[in-house]
Ligand binder design. Sequence first.
Ligand code: FAD
Length: 482
Amino acid sequence: ASQATIIQRRSDFSTISSEDLSYFKNILGERGVVQDEETLDAVNTDWMRKYKGTSKLMLQPRTAEEVSQILKYCNSRSLAVVPQGGNTGLVGGSVPAFDEVIVSLSHMSKIISFDKVSSVLVCEAGCILENLITFLDNQGFIMPLDLGAKGSCQIGGNVSTNAGGLRLLRYGSLHGSVLGLEVVLANGTVLDMLSTLRKDNTGYDLKHLFIGSEGSLGIVTKVSILTPPKLSSVNVCFLACKDYESCLKLLLEARRKVGEILSAFEFLDHDAMDLVLKHLEGVRNPFPSSMHNFYVLIETMGSNESYDREKLDAFLLHSMENDLMSDGVVAQDITQASSCWHIREGIPEALMKAGGVYKYDLSIPVEKMYDLVEEMRVRLDASAKVVAYGHLGDGNLHLNISTPQYDDNILAQIEPFVYEWTSKHKGSISAEHGLGLMKANKIHYTKSSETVQLMATIKKQLDPNGILNPYKVLPSSLLTKN
Ligand code: FAD
């Protein structure tokens, strides 16, 4: 099922020689040069077990200087490279398409500084998101992003995919909260853009090129990021709605009534709930007596418990009286709150356990969003389960087609229909996961040809030999050397 089968390995890339290995061992030591089969098998395979490369080499640098030496050498030898963080990416971007050298950031995981007054955290790119969350918690702060993969994904991977996640509604995208980056370019140049300033209008803000470029323009080695304070009063409620229309009305009402403390507004449909209950252990249905068509998870974060609770209760009462929701529970303690979150965050894992899954991560105007899900159900026969959930507050639908196993006939029913539909409704075919290998050739469904051309020009300028994450992000046909 891998898309890699339909692309060709670029013949101008070299293959690893014994001299190359000696060079890498010389700069990284034996420990930094990984060739054992078991480890390579894991890092060649993506989280979904859908994409698999055949790399024979993973390098584990410990400093930006070492990353620089690696890239400079690979560039001069035309050795293709794939940067890898926590390998939780969902579009086949983090694993080699063929035999690219894997450059893992895992050994670059130091926290460099944290300043409470400015609330700016500076750390190395390989820091695992959850470790940063724990570190900040002790300081009375939080990360501006949170996602289900937090236990494995790295901040460098988050920045490189411009990950959205569960808190974007409140704290905005990483284009806003990342203040600075250190990046190593394909030719080994270390770009120091590691500012900790909120404001800096000296010319082009180049860090934005690297936020969301999926390792195709450079390797992120350090990140400076603005962190919000941890607020003492957190409420989580899990609500049931009879139809999609009610979910939308609930969103509007939540913005009006609890907007200033709203920190998440997530939704899932009946089929997503069903899947989680079937495949994840320890998940309890908050409404054991009945299944509902839609569910909404709302989180508020504020600083005054009684004020926040009063507002939330008024919102819930109003929504109940106006028939926007049919049932609801408010978590009474942290355990109940995490049970609610577990349902929402567990969906990707439940989908994995159910068999093959075709994943689409779409931005669509919210009022149209669920039409696509219903149209998809009509197209596919019952053996394919169409499951919808996502960050409703951000207009982001995760459309998943779950099948007993991967099947080209089903895929032909889904694509290009799903991309054409999204394009027709002026949506984006990648809201937050990126393009990776899966959608490199699909970029034109969302971006104009002039825009894609300019992207290719920038890519060629920064990486003339095309060694950084080849076959990903942009159509390979635009990047041939001339
Ligand atoms: P990887 O998967 O290792 O890499 C992702 C891409 O970034 C690749 O192209 C890789 O080459 C590049 N890259 C990685 N590190 C660097 C670096 N230091 N420099 C340059 N390039 C680099 N995503 C969301 O946006 N929102 C969600 O809510 C969300 N939830 C998820 C839930 C689950 C259960 C899972 C498995 C994934 C989820 N994702 C989500 C997708 C994924 O977790 C994110 O894309 C994450 O940011 C990837 O980080 P990573 O460290 O695992 O990167």
